[in-house]
Design a protein around this ligand. Structure first.
Ligand code: DC
Length: 215
């Protein structure tokens, strides 16, 4: 396999992560969930009692260790918010940029996040923009965190939180969440994870680097 860089961007709980893991496994590529970088910075800021909005978090970003990404307390509601706030700090994004590029340098990678196709790898071989309605994303996120279906009230609360996060991610001045012009859109509302994967594999199979290899 030639070093292939696949960028997967999109809003929270749209199915990017599930797709990225499956795609990387199918293609034998390394995978990086870049949201974990921002989650780890947010988590460490909270542990240090610092304000994720007002305090510069770039020192935390600069000293992030691989083990910080493996913490089991990164997918919690308070960390969702902390991550979103530190991700809006330009100095934090700058401190994490080279680390993300280095990850894919040797063997290529599947990377999922918000700005992979626009800022981290604007020349990625394949760019996918994975999205779904706020309602579908709220239901999925709830099931992920609680293991059962949400009530209507819980859906509406979570939907409001997801929309607030979408707003922070899309409205920030540096590397906002935005579909790259050359990204292929995949809307996952009515698709199973397997169907999303099949669609992505089909896109990958038609890429010149893959067709050249199969000749
Ligand atoms: O994908 P996630 O929910 O784990 O991301 C956590 C936060 O990090 C989210 O608010 C968006 C932000 N993020 C980002 O700004 N850029 C990325 N490449 C990945 C995540």
């Amino acid at each position: 396999m030639k070093a292939l860089i696949i960028a997967i961007d999109g809003p929270a709980a749209a199915g990017k992560g599930t797709l990225a893991v499956a795609l990387a496994q199918h293609l034998g590529l390394p995978h990086l969930d870049t949201g974990l970088l921002y989650r780890a910075v947010g988590r460490l800021m909270l542990l240090e009692g610092r304000d994720c909005e007002g305090d510069d978090a770039s020192d935390v970003a600069a000293r992030l260790q691989p083990s910080d990404l493996k913490r089991d307390d990164l997918r919690l509601p308070e960390v969702d918010r902390a991550a979103s706030l530190v991700a809006a700090q330009p100095a934090v994004r700058a401190a994490l940029l080279q680390r993300q590029r280095d990850f894919a340098a040797a063997h290529g990678a599947v990377m999922d996040g918000r700005d992979i196709g626009t800022a981290v790898f604007p020349d990625a071989d394949i760019k996918l923009f994975v999205t779904a309605s706020a309602h579908a994303r709220a239901v999925r996120r709830y099931q992920q965190y609680h293991g059962h279906d949400p009530s209507a009230a819980e859906i509406s609360q979570l939907k409001a939180e997801i929309e607030a996060r979408d707003h922070i991610d899309s409205a920030r001045s540096v590397s906002p969440l935005k579909r790259a012009e050359d990204a292929i859109l995949i809307e996952t509302d009515d698709l199973t994870p397997d169907q999303v994967l099949a669609r992505a594999l089909d896109i990958v199979a038609r890429h010149p680097k893959m067709t050249a290899e199969n000749r």
